[in-house]
Design a protein around this ligand. Structure first.
Ligand code: BES
Ligand code: MG
Ligand code: ZN
Length: 462
């Protein structure tokens, strides 16, 4: 894939060398480069701190090479992500050793991302390319980066250009590209087909609510089902969000974007699963027919749900989608959602919590999060808090009145709609990079899907 900024191995001959240096081997490296480069590096006070970049000049205004500070262990594994944004357009190749060549290339690819659909002329400027050595399996790198870019693109698209209909169109083109089947239940058909809560949340928008249902793979293979929150814009509904809280709510379809990115990885790798992707796609809007606080909704599962706050809309549309997913008791049921602000209060924007009752699965997810440099942190389905969801006038309340442990109580609400599936895991993601870092500019970000791809590939095999 072009956007990752990779070049084929055969281009290595003419490539500009990138030399990874640490403070420990800096003196050695400089003396090997010769007097001129050594004094250039010293004049520029290059000290090989993590992320430091120095271009070495050659005669005739060319580049002789690049020094890149790998820094001490414990630094950013994807520090190389700065390079494609900092270096001039040319072909580059790592020369000599670098601590983790796969992470170097992954960081490069992730860091090469730009969302430039709306910027005039941005597409025409050249970009730096990295030669990927054959041992690194460029196709697998590209597959993962492509999945991440798909998720970022969908999140970054503004809500005026990505409503439930446009999200459906994106799903259709992904399905087409991989030979997946897709069905969509839309508008009043949601009532006929028994998705009352998706309808109730989404009916206040002039962009009809829908449930997107995509399947791929052999019927007999292990069933892996991905559910993603597709709230294309979350105003909060009648419990309207204040301006500051609403500002970023184009990203409230981040769960959908994540599961589509993950699905793209799984399908392009041809993993041996029967994949299903369920996306309730809605706007949470204000209108005369909007659902209200105090309403009691009937859910697909049959439970009546007392509405405490129309801004807790995600768990409602997900509950109906999870009920459908659970009906065939898949081997693994994964839910991803920008579900609560409370998850960010607990763990900050870069460390999404996940919830599962399966300890072995939790350990495997945590291990893949570490090896993929894709941070995730387990939180419990704390059983005692489940009672907080009790309602006096309905089977369940969708929020609690305490304000405590908001990410956990949202997770506990979702769990009530999963009855038959053995392995259920829910991710409360942020889906946004609020501060530029090497592997990501400010904007949409994919969290956990590289780790999950690693897990699913390991479990079900290619
Ligand atoms: N989409 C939001 C959650 C959100 C907010 C995610 C900010 C990421 C960043 C969700 O629909 C919501 O509004 N949740 C409420 C729930 C509350 C009303 C119980 C929240 O978190 O405040
Ligand atoms: Mg909300
Ligand atoms: Zn929301």
């Amino acid at each position: 894939m072009d956007r990752a900024g990779f070049a084929a191995a055969r281009r290595k001959a003419g490539a500009v060398p990138i030399c990874c240096v640490s403070p420990d081997n800096l003196a050695d490296t400089l003396s090997r480069l010769g007097r001129t480069q050594e004094s250039w590096a010293k004049a520029n006070r290059f000290s090989a701190r993590s992320g430091d970049i120095l271009i070495l000049p050659a005669a005739g205004g060319k580049m002789a090479g690049v020094l890149f500070g790998g820094g001490a262990p414990g630094g950013d594994a994807f520090g190389s992500g700065k390079l494609p944004r900092a270096l001039p357009a040319a072909t580059y190749a790592v020369s000599g050793d670098c601590a983790d060549p796969f992470a170097f290339a992954m960081g490069w690819g992730l860091g090469a991302y730009r969302f430039s659909d709306y910027v005039k002329g941005a597409k025409n400027c050249g970009s730096p390319r990295l030669v990927v050595p054959p041992a690194l399996r460029r196709s697998d790198l590209e597959r993962q980066i492509e999945g991440v870019f798909l998720a970022r693109d969908l999140i970054n698209l503004p809500a005026n250009d990505l409503g439930p209909g446009e999200l459906e169109a994106r799903c259709r083109s992904l399905a087409k590209a991989h030979g997946a089947r897709i069905g969509v239940t839309k508008g009043d058909a949601l009532l006929k087909k028994n998705f009352p809560m998706i309808h109730a949340v989404g009916r206040a928008s002039d962009r009809a609510p829908r449930l997107i249902d995509m399947t791929w793979g052999k019927a007999g293979a292990a069933k892996v089902t991905l559910v993603g929150k597709g709230v294309c814009f979350d105003t909060g509904g009648l419990n309207l969000k204040p301006g500051k809280s609403m500002a970023l709510m184009k990203k409230d379809m981040g769960g959908a974007a994540h599961v589509l990115g993950l699905a793209a990885m799984i399908m392009s790798a041809g993993l041996k699963v029967r994949l299903r992707v369920l996306i309730p796609a809605v706007d949470n809007n204000v209108s005369a027919n909007a659902y209200r606080p105090g309403d009691i909704l009937r859910s697909r599962r049959g439970l009546s749900v007392e509405i405490g706050n129309t801004d807790a809309e995600g768990r409602l549309v997900l509950a109906d989608a999870l009920t459908l997913g659970d009906e065939e008791a898949p081997d693994l049921l994964i839910n991803m959602a920008t579900l609560t602000g409370a998850a960010r209060v607990a763990l900050g924007p870069d460390l999404p919590p996940f919830f599962t009752d399966d300890d072995a699965l939790a350990d495997a997810i945590a291990a893949h999060a570490v090896s993929a440099n894709d941070p995730l942190w387990r939180l419990p389905f704390w059983p005692a808090y489940d009672r907080w969801l009790e309602s006096k006038i309905a089977d369940v309340n969708h929020i609690t009145d305490s304000g405590f442990a908001g990410s956990m109580t949202a997770a506990l609400f979702l769990r009530r709609f999963v009855r038959q599936t053995k392995r259920f895991v829910h991710f409360d993601i942020f889906g946004w990079c609020p501060r530029e870092k090497p592997s990501c500019v400010v904007g949409g970000e994919a969290q956990g899907i590289r780790a999950l791809y690693g897990l699913i590939a390991e479990r079900y095999g290619a």
